[in-house]
Design a protein around this ligand. Structure first.
Ligand code: ZN
Length: 134
């Protein structure tokens, strides 16, 4: 397993446009456009910030994971993503260690990344995304 860096921090927001505007105007970050990821029922914007990025996520459906998160917790940090060299090797190793995974196989992530989530019960309460960038 080779975790190389914190890839991004995912922040659930109610209004993506307003959130992007705030981060750009107040903190001087620059969003690299938005993308809808229909599989996860979200529209996302990535704002590069040094080596990592902030990922702002707005739900596109009332039953989507981000909508449910906001309903339960309000807006805020929803997940932390670690970049790994090989998501296939990482998932295989975690399975071998008996780690509870949300995704058994990688799925599509924004920007063409291959991602998989580890269950928060394993990570002391943090929804952890593993992210391989090509
Ligand atoms: Zn993410």
């Amino acid at each position: 397993m080779n975790v190389t860096q914190i890839d991004h921090i995912g922040i659930a927001v109610k209004d993506l446009q307003a959130a992007v505007k705030w981060y750009e105007e107040t903190l001087g970050l620059k969003a690299g456009g938005t993308e809808e990821v229909s599989e996860q029922k979200v529209t996302v914007a990535f704002l590069p910030c040094g080596e990592g990025e902030l990922e702002l996520l707005e739900s596109t459906a009332p039953d989507g994971p981000i909508a449910r998160f906001i309903e339960k917790n309000g807006e805020g940090i929803q997940h932390i993503a670690l970049r790994v060299e090989s998501i296939d090797a990482t998932l295989a190793e975690l399975k071998e260690k008996g780690v509870r995974l949300i995704d058994q196989t990688p799925r599509y992530g924004a920007g063409g990344a291959r991602i998989a989530f580890v269950h928060p019960k394993e990570t002391k309460g943090v929804l952890l995304e593993l992210c391989e960038r090509t």
